[in-house]
Design a protein around this ligand. Sequence first.
Ligand SMILES: [Zn+2]
Ligand SMILES: [Zn+2]
Length: 73
Amino acid sequence: MSNTRKWRAKDRTTKPNSRQKRNGLFLDEHPDCAACGEPSEEAHHQLPAGHADRHEWRHMKALCRDCHVEVHR
Ligand SMILES: [Zn+2]
Ligand SMILES: [Zn+2]
């Protein structure tokens, strides 16, 4: 589990664009995938692009890569 956190922190500093940073903070607070409980890797936005509240945490979902792929099928 600590390995995942280390990797995530490193990844965030190597890609310092604002979207990565915001999702990284969200994932730090939501370390488990909302669907399967595995370590979360990506932040899913439940609102469509361009929506004003898109980046509000209550409209985001922490997911692992597999579950994120599933949700976009
Ligand atoms: Zn998952
Ligand atoms: Zn998504």
